[in-house]
Design a protein around this ligand. Structure first.
Ligand code: BG6
Ligand code: MG
Length: 232
């Protein structure tokens, strides 16, 4: 398959911000004397803010009112925002900057499908906002593992989901891609927890874009034969 667009998760794919989310959640859990078990980290990946809080609170959830939960989530978010203040282009994960630059140079549309409401600020700090032509709004989509945010990104790019390839580090994110109307999932990171991904990489550095994309520049010369553009 030759793809026409790329869609990225942000935290843990483009920058090591998944780690910063975990630091902020872990500090909140410690402050509340809540357990931090071995699988907490994996379970939190990709989950939106209030769903993450429920994982942290676990069986203690019913001890907190909705108001108290909103205050706890806001506390975690303030800590996270402190942590991302020091981000710079040096914090791009290996291969991320190079891949985005290549996609932009080939005029291949690039979208973001992150659950994070802080994504625009993180992209700005990393110096890559202008690499994305669409940033899907997590407040307008059902949270991952629902496919909605990936479908919204594809729609914003004007490319059918089956011609989009999407990159994710979280099990919930890979599930979202796999239910997004034929979209292809590239898992980044832990192969044990991302078994449903179509491709698996340790990092974006291993991704060879020439093998996957039809450049818009090349396509302009191929428009007469549509089949050619979608063949393996
Ligand atoms: C995801 C992260 O990208 O965004 C999660 O993987 C995080 O860890 C979620 O909880 C929501 O982020 P935010 O910044 O809106 O609280
Ligand atoms: Mg992620």
């Amino acid at each position: 398959m030759i793809y026409r667009a790329a869609i990225f998760d942000l935290d843990g794919v483009i920058a090591d911000t998944a780690r910063l989310h975990l630091i902020a959640w872990q500090q909140l859990a410690e402050g509340l004397n809540l357990p931090w078990t071995a699988d907490t980290e994996e379970r939190l990946k990709g989950l939106e803010r209030m769903a993450s809080l429920e994982v942290i609170l676990g069986e203690k959830s019913s001890n907190y009112t909705e108001e108290a939960k909103i205050a706890l989530a806001a506390r975690k978010n303030s800590r996270y925002q402190e942590l991302i203040r020091s981000l710079s282009p040096a914090d791009l994960l290996p291969g991320a900057g190079e891949l985005l630059a290549w996609l932009n140079s080939q005029h291949i549309p690039v979208g973001l499908a992150s659950a994070s409401k802080n994504a625009p600020a993180v992209l700005e700090a990393l110096g890559i906002s202008r690499c994305f032509s669409v940033i899907a709004d997590p407040e307008k989509s059902a949270p991952k593992p629902a496919p909605d945010i990936f479908l919204a990104a594809a729609k914003g790019l004007g490319i059918d989901p089956e011609f989009c390839i999407a990159f994710e580090d979280a099990p919930a994110g890979v599930s979202a891609i796999k239910s997004a109307d034929g979209m292809t999932a590239v898992g980044i990171g832990n192969p044990d927890s991302l078994k449903d991904a179509d491709y698996m990489l340790d990092s974006l550095e291993q991704f060879v874009p020439n093998d996957f994309f039809l450049s818009v520049l090349a396509e302009s010369g191929m428009r007469q034969n549509k089949d050619l553009a979608v063949n393996e």
